[in-house]
Design a protein around this ligand. Structure first.
Ligand SMILES: O=C(O)CCC(=O)C(=O)O
Ligand SMILES: [Fe+2]
Length: 435
């Protein structure tokens, strides 16, 4: 794995390093090749973590990505180069490095799209509305013509389910690294669900996404076909230091408020973080549970998916269990009322997006498709037209069995009605995997 010499894009930094990095930039140094800052005493923690990483966060091929995952147990963000050059949207949606407003308006202008107002906070997110895509694109073009004035509105078109709404258009292809994606595979197999976690984001320079961790504790990936994004990642656990005295997560990690210890008592500039700059054609891999904040440093269009597979399914289960615990705590005073269990499941679905039975149906469906492949000797075609072979099916089944066995051992009462079905699935998997 070598680091391309002409790409001064990766900074691995703590809050204090941000200061170092700004200094280094102003003197024209390439910080990524200058690791002297790591020798400073206050970086011992980062240094320890980086010893085996050799500062390699830019990866050039599938093998380096697999090495990265193996080395870091999927736990570190990374950036993959040259992903979108063959995508039709790279040519059709972008002209001279800017969105092709005319093309996008003509083809998709009538679509109703979700838009966030980046200057209007709504609790810990941004206020949202819907617009016709044409209306958004007209606003954006005008904003560029006026040179992105500070005082103007800053709208960001986010979470447009483009592939779901345009199923016959193959404007991009899921990169092979991200092909094993149980959630979208499951949802797309059943058109009645009419849901997916595949999105297009379009935002002017200055638009941004507040600090958050992703739905279901999933992975996400994002590819820019136009523009530049700046990502700040916080390793799991560090977000505790980004909470205010009421335990509420910061909205903007770059806000001066964080430096006020009467508001954010646990914050210090040395909170560990990784900063990555994503340029055109770059894919960013966001690991499960890493909080992140994102800025569009230029007019940017990206494709994003959330995904779960055998590597992070146990994290999704942990997140569901944690959400269930909070629901139970919240309505514990009504425990003796009729229908309390059902009410907990209803609330779990509304705050997590799935209840216990939904989760089981999801992993059971994934297990059955893999069992079918192994028993029938077939290959499994997944999102992007990639095929998963028998070893991959075995890997997925092994992970599902580990999870189901731990759920059965923990005696989770919401599964009382399907314990027999779960046990029989576990033993079928054991039989097929060991044969
Ligand atoms: O690009 C953005 O503004 C946010 C993307 C994001 O949070 C993600 O892909 O997980
Ligand atoms: Fe995210």
């Amino acid at each position: 794995m070598s680091m391309p010499g002409n790409l001064p894009v990766v900074r691995i930094t703590c809050g204090i390093c941000e200061i170092v990095s700004r200094k280094a930039q102003s003197t024209g140094d390439k910080l990524e090749s200058d690791t002297s800052w790591l020798k400073q005493k206050h970086h011992s923690d980062i240094r320890r973590k980086l010893v085996h990483l050799k500062l390699n966060f830019i990866l050039n091929n599938l093998q380096s990505y697999l090495d990265h995952l193996k080395m870091n147990n999927s736990a570190w963000p990374c950036l993959l180069k040259n992903i979108s050059q063959d995508w039709p949207c790279q040519k059709e949606w972008v002209e001279n490095g800017k969105p092709n407003f005319e093309w996008l308006s003509r083809k998709y202008g009538r679509a109703e799209v979700p838009v966030s107002n980046c200057k209007e906070r709504y609790f810990n997110a941004q206020s949202k509305c819907t617009m016709k895509l044409k209306e958004f694109l007209d606003y954006w073009e005008d904003y560029i013509d006026k040179k992105h004035p500070e005082e103007s509105q800053c709208f960001y078109m986010k979470d447009w389910h483009f592939p779901n709404e345009n199923p016959s258009e193959n404007v991009y292809r899921v990169p092979p690294f991200f092909a094993s994606d149980w959630i979208n595979e499951y949802l797309l197999k059943d058109p009645s669900k009419n849901d997916d976690y595949r999105f297009v984001y379009m935002g002017p320079k200055g638009s941004w996404t507040p600090l958050h961790a992703d739905v279901f504790s999933s992975f996400s990936w994002s590819v820019n076909i136009c523009g530049i994004k700046k990502w700040i990642f916080f390793p799991p656990g560090e977000e505790e230091k980004l909470k205010d005295k009421f335990g509420k997560l910061a909205y903007d990690v770059e806000s001066e408020d964080l430096l006020d210890s009467s508001k954010f008592p646990l914050y210090s500039p040395s909170v560990n973080r990784i900063v990555l700059i994503q340029e055109v054609g770059d894919a960013i891999f966001v690991p499960s549970g890493w909080h992140h904040q994102v800025w569009n440093l230029d007019d940017t269009i990206s494709f994003n998916h959330n995904w779960v597979n055998g590597c992070n399914i146990s994290k999704m289960w942990d997140a569901l269990s944690q959400c269930f615990t909070s629901v139970v705590r919240e309505i514990s005073d009504c425990k003796l009322m009729d229908g309390w269990d059902a009410q907990c499941q209803l609330m779990l679905k509304s705050c997590f997006g799935m209840n216990h039975l939904d989760f089981y149906s999801f992993i059971a469906a994934i297990a059955h498709s893999r069992l079918n492949c192994l028993v029938e000797g077939a290959t499994l075609e997944v999102n992007g037209g990639w095929c998963l072979g028998p070893n991959h099916c075995r890997f997925d089944l092994t992970r599902i069995n580990a999870l189901l066995s731990s759920i059965l051992n923990a005696d989770v009462s919401c599964y009382n009605d399907c314990v027999d079905e779960m046990k029989s699935l576990v033993s079928k998997i054991d039989d097929v995997v060991s044969s």
